[in-house]
Design a protein around this ligand. Structure first.
Ligand code: TNX
Length: 539
């Protein structure tokens, strides 16, 4: 008769045998081994210096995050990292928690006054087997650092190394800081309106690539998109339509604050633009006194430019502008206010100069630094104002003669609304076709031979005449905007198309996971795999 013990033992051995067999089967299969060479991970933008030590930090359920608590912002950075890791690998990593769980490995996010970390956004990352130490002078620097860390965590775990899932983070050291302080993109929400959720998604994606400025083009001929409490018709009337005639839309001041706050949590500055004296049809439809020609214009749903202007000689126009600049400045913590100033083809030159001179003073009165498209440099403006160089080299040079700083956005190279090629589904091509290589293979430091000390940074504007939803926005912005992030963050010595191409291909798993409808450029050998493995058994 079989005893109970015998039965139990048999079941145990049977189970053991099954496990052994299963393991053997597993061993016969190709065992994916994670790449542990830090220099082979596709970081984007490329850091200043990466030193691999060929081992790995095993990120798993026994990992915890600790941050400096005395310096503001560090704990939030830790929480941001934990939240992003949760959505990437579904692990709950505690932040500054006294936990009864076993903690075997720690990610420290430290405030450090080290001189090497002098630049505001600089950080250093030390990845060892049992700890990751992220040092930064400021929470902003730590925030840039955790973007790098997010990119170092593989998309899938390696379950062959231990009983529990492990995400091996390649070990080594990364020393990094940005090449330019201003790394931006612009979104035109005037030609087509994009709602708060769309803008937040764009912000979140940009911040992953260390972009720190989002310039919002809030008004144009086709629409006025921000609530001005003292002039309510701007949005009631001027915000009611868009290119193509769909219902437009606008941000209430609460919506705008929500965008500003969401951006601030990602150390991103929002720059509001109210384009004037041209590009003002929507404003003049709302309040016809603004154009001074005695006519009430109609809402405009086409895509022509250069036909509208404010009356530059009427004091009431400046009181209006004062209210607009005041209300927006009050809810904009960033230092800049963009006044547009482009393509004012029906404003006489002397009136244009008079206008820009006066509006600059209004912007300054409300505590902001004025930015204007490159045309503004023909006015008598201050060296503290900034010229946004999009077209005319002559204007950019004038700005530099005035001691101004410039933002580099040449339409031929950096306009996200230019089609990739003749087959592109969206976009214009008045400046150029901009395939993914053209977008990357140029140097903002050398373009037009402008003195380096006058270059504040780089911005990639996305005009929205041909795009009306987030999928179309993403088609034009991605992948090119990733290249602009590298042109503004990485030093010239670290920028190389052949190397970039490979790193760009590796962005596919992230973009797919984020549901980004990027343009799958045939120039790139897109990696659809979850994670690049080196395998023991070669094919
Ligand atoms: C020029 S760039 C414009 C915009 C258009 C864009 C289309 C600039 C300062 N003005 O009004 O939307 O071209 O590419």
């Amino acid at each position: 008769m079989m005893t109970k013990t015998f039965l139990t033992k048999s079941i145990f051995f049977l189970a053991l045998a099954m496990v052994v067999i299963a393991c053997q089967k597993k061993q016969k299969k190709r065992i994916p081994m994670p790449t542990t060479d830090l220099s082979k991970v596709s970081l984007m933008p490329k850091p200043v210096k990466t030193v691999p030590t060929h081992s790995a930090f095993a990120l798993d359920q026994f990992t915890a995050i600790y941050t400096s608590k005395s310096s503001t912002g560090f704990e939030e950075v830790g929480k941001f990292l934990s939240k992003k890791l949760k959505s990437k690998i579904n692990l709950d990593i505690p932040v500054n928690e006294e936990t009864s769980n076993i903690v075997e490995r720690i990610i420290y996010i430290n405030q450090s006054d080290s001189i090497e970390l002098g630049a505001t956004e600089a950080y250093q990352l030390y990845i060892n087997q049992d700890s990751i130490i992220l040092n930064a002078n400021t929470a902003e620097g730590a925030f840039r650092g955790i973007q790098t860390l997010r990119q170092l965590v593989p998309e899938t775990s390696n379950d062959t190394l231990a009983e529990q899932a492990i995400w091996p983070v390649p070990s080594g050291k990364i020393v990094d800081n940005p090449n330019f302080a201003y790394r931006g993109s612009m979104l035109d929400v005037a030609r087509h309106f994009f709602n708060v959720e769309d803008v937040k998604k764009y912000i979140d994606l940009l911040s992953y690539y260390k972009i720190n400025v989002l310039h919002l083009h809030l008004s144009d001929d086709q629409g006025w998109r921000i609530e001005i409490k003292s002039w309510p018709k701007l949005t009631e009337v001027g915000g009611s339509t868009e290119v193509g005639g769909e219902a437009g839309g606008y941000y209430t001041q609460e919506d705008y604050k929500e965008i500003v706050q969401y951006a601030a949590e990602r150390y991103m500055t929002i720059i509001p633009e109210i384009d004037m004296p041209g590009h003002t049809n929507a404003a003049s439809v709302s309040y016809p006194f603004l154009n001074g020609n005695g006519k009430t214009p109609k809402l405009y749903e086409g895509t022509h430019v250069g036909f509208s202007t404010f009356d530059t000689r009427k004091d009431t126009v400046y009181s209006f502008i004062d209210d607009v600049v005041r209300e927006i400045s009050e809810i904009t913590p960033g230092p800049y206010f963009h006044i547009g100033g482009d393509e004012s083809h029906v404003t006489k030159k002397k009136d244009y100069i008079y206008f820009v001179n006066r509006v600059e003073k209004i912007v300054q009165k409300h505590g902001k630094r004025m930015i204007g498209w490159d045309e503004v440099a023909i006015a008598d403006i201050d060296s503290t104002s900034i010229s946004h160089w999009w077209s005319s080299e002559e204007n950019a040079k004038k700005a530099i003669e005035k001691g101004m700083q410039i933002i580099v956005s040449p339409a031929k190279k950096a306009y996200l609304d230019m089609s990739y090629d003749t087959l592109s589904k969206h976009g214009l091509h008045w400046a150029a076709y901009i395939p993914v290589d053209t977008a990357y293979v140029w140097s903002p430091e050398e373009y037009g031979g402008m003195p380096l000390e006058n270059i504040l940074g780089v911005e990639a504007p996305l005009w929205s005449e041909t795009i009306s939803n987030i999928d179309e926005l993403e088609y034009l912005a991605f992948p090119r905007v990733i290249g602009y992030s590298e042109l503004s963050w990485s030093i010239p010595e670290n920028r190389d198309w052949e190397d970039y191409k490979i790193r760009l291909a590796d962005q596919a798993p992230f973009l797919d996971r984020m549901n980004v409808k990027y343009y799958p450029s045939p120039l790139i050998d897109w990696k659809k795999s979850k994670y690049s493995y080196e395998t023991i058994e070669k094919d």
